[in-house]
Design a protein around this ligand. Structure first.
Ligand SMILES: Cc1ncc(COP(=O)(O)O)c(C=O)c1O
Length: 366
């Protein structure tokens, strides 16, 4: 049986469940209009400059891209005040999460992960034969004290998504600093800042400082969220040179495609698009909070472009009812939160459509 051939741990692995695609819902339910608020994508789309760069690059796709994306690495490094040797690009930041596991984790070594947090930490750990050590959140935030306590001589990796997906809360500079400074030499801490550009708090940690200080820290960021390039797949990691060198050892050639590289270069020159997106997100998040408050629906205030919402009942059926009304949300049963959904903050029309659907569903159920 093929099952017997699979590597140990792989057959029991629960694969990642992505947000349901718009086209699939249209096809399955025969709907013309469907809105997706399930994958934390940018409701404004990519920046016009990125679209222009893609148009120009399209005739070059018969050529392999420059391996490793040296130009983009240089541009990112200049912006962040690090050297290009301290930057690695990935086919989405998920690829770098996987590369960290492949390059650094021996089977049986431990990985400390908050529960819940971004699903890929567990999946890649299990795939690499690592042993996950799950630490429950405390008041919906990372329990840094418990995470630090869980680290022992067998622990190799520790993941912190800041803010946490699917919750949206963050740890502050003051909370994280003493934690990072105590990190032993045999441990690598991954600070996943996929929503970095959305958070607007002054007490957000300056994580790159720890990279510059030469600590075993990998900071992850992505072009999928505020930059609106999720479909092109491009994320990046920043870490000291020695760590990046090992990640490069396991990186596949040409892992980032030519179009993604060109579009990302253009994005970096378009701060305006980020500002517009952040402004929209701030305004629309407030709108959603107000609407949910009026309805007496609970949620966790978020530092990101998504909100975790409590619906009080198993959300699998809610999910189907939302779908029928052309609204795709993310049920969180897979994260061990069966009564919650995660909603991406969209444009006003989309948010209104969600609220209308929610009201209708609640009315029908009461
Ligand atoms: C915390 C976190 N990290 C990483 C990612 C993956 O991003 P990418 O599209 O760069 O692979 C996501 C995507 O949802 C995320 O929420």
């Amino acid at each position: 049986m093929v099952r017997d051939l699979a590597k140990r741990g792989i057959s029991s692995l629960k694969p990642y469940i992505p947000g349901k695609p718009i086209e699939e819902v249209k096809r399955e339910l025969g709907l013309k209009e469907v809105i997706k608020l399930a994958s934390n994508e940018n409701p404004l789309g990519p920046s016009p400059l990125a679209v222009q760069a893609l148009r120009e690059a399209i005739s070059q796709v018969h050529l392999y891209p420059e391996d490793g994306g040296p130009q983009l690495r240089k541009a990112v490094a200049r912006r962040l005040g690090v050297s290009p040797q301290e930057v690695i690009l990935g086919n989405g930041s998920v690829e770098i999460i996987q590369a960290i596991n492949i390059a650094f984790l021996n089977p049986g070594e431990k990985v400390v992960i908050s529960d819940p947090s971004f699903a890929l930490y567990r999946i890649t750990t299990q795939a690499a034969g690592g042993e996950e050590v799950l630490i429950p959140l405390k008041d919906w935030r990372h329990d840094l004290e418990a995470m630090a306590k869980a680290v022992d001589g067998q622990t190799k990796l520790l993941f912190i998504d800041n803010p946490i997906n699917p919750v949206g809360t963050m740890v502050t500079r003051r909370e994280l600093e003493p934690f990072i400074e105590r990190v032993p030499e045999n441990l690598i801490v991954i600070l996943d800042e996929a929503y970095y550009e959305y958070q607007e708090r002054e007490d957000y940690p300056d994580s790159l400082k720890w990279v510059r200080q030469g600590l075993n820290v990998v900071v992850l960021r992505t072009f999928s969220k505020i930059y609106g390039l999720a479909g092109l797949r491009l994320g990046y990691g920043i870490a000291k040179k020695e760590i990046v060198e090992f990640l490069n050892q396991v990186r596949l050639p040409f892992n980032v495609n030519l179009l993604a590289l060109k579009a990302a270069m253009a994005c970096l020159e378009n701060e305006e698009h980020c500002l517009r997106t952040r402004k929209l997100n701030r305004k629309e998040k407030r709108f959603l909070y107000e609407q949910l408050d009026q309805m007496g629906v609970e949620y966790v205030p978020s530092e990101t472009n998504f909100i975790m919402i409590e619906l009080g009942q198993d959300t699998r059926t809610f999910f189907q009812e939302f779908l029928k009304q052309g609204v795709i949300v993310r049920p969180l049963g897979g994260y061990g939160l069966p009564t919650k959904i995660r909603l991406t903050v969209g444009k006003r029309q989309e948010n209104e459509a969600f609220i209308r659907s929610l009201k209708r569903i609640i009315r029908k159920r009461s």
